[in-house]
Design a protein around this ligand. Sequence first.
Ligand code: HMG
Ligand code: MG
Length: 299
Amino acid sequence: PLPDRVDIWEVGARDGLQNEPATVDLDVKLEFLDRLASAGLRTLEATSFVHPKWVPQLADAEALLERLDRRAGVRYPVLVPNERGLERALTAGVDSIAVFASATESFARRNLNRGMAEQYAMFEPIVSRARAEGLAVRGYLSMCFGDPWEGPVPVDQVVAAGRRLRDMGCWQLSLGDTVGVATPGHVEAVIGAFETAGVPTESIAVHFHDTYGQALANTLAALRCGVSTVDASAGGLGGCPYAKSATGNLATEDLVWLLDGLGVDHGVDLDALVGTSVWLAGRLGRPSPSRTVTALGTT
Ligand code: HMG
Ligand code: MG
């Protein structure tokens, strides 16, 4: 059985642009978000309120939200790591945030400058404060399948970390294959282990990077388990500057092609989306790695 409809959580403006070697102009970011909304995407992760020295590409978060033309019916979540980030996000008027934990000690230290235990201590107060302020809080969990420093990550360790985020009050848990090493059987095992541990599959989203070309196969495995929120990045941009060997996310166009073939509703105009990625590729000076963009795009 497959879901009737999939909600696409578009991360191009955040995960995609955080990893660009050069900072993209604010005007280009705003046009990108505008085009994504016009293409029918309803959740657009807009930016991050992280330390500007850690991710200079997104240092313009305040200016971006100030100038953003928010469309009715579109959510614009942002990443927030700590109290300072939450202050900034609240001042900017956001209504949806995501915290981002690691399932491994090594990546927690590299990405958050903290161990695993300390990351929860950092997130707990901001999740409760954000919820008290009426914000929706998503929890990302990175390195759910493999970690470049630690190798394969035990399923029990992943489930324990995910449950911490849920217990804090995150309404949705996005399982990240940060470096793109997952394969479909592993995806089924992890989602199944969450279900067994009392975390319903309806509250799970998947976040695949395509390093080994498995992102679409992994997505299909997750859909067959009952997952109906899939993270993707227009044109297949993305990666994490603090995760060795991470490459682009699952391309939104490739996901849409898959969903069209399966007869699963998604609400996205594929031509408009491909046009957006071709336009952005022109701005970034290199072609999109997406197979669907390559097949359909005319330059
Ligand atoms: P830290 O250096 O330990 O911070 O960084 P600190 O708490 O010690 O504070 C040091 C100074 O930074 C203080 O200033 C703070 O005010 C300031 P001072 O008092 O010294 O003048 N500061 C800030 N300023 C602005 N905004 C802030 C902020 N926080 C502190 N938010 C920190 C800790 C978490 C901030 C840092 O490690 C960080 O920003 N990390 C973010 C890394 C990141 O963005 N990675 C990419 C996103 S995760 C990802 O891509 C994975 C995902 O896609 C899923 C997947 O693929 O798996 C989500
Ligand atoms: Mg990512």
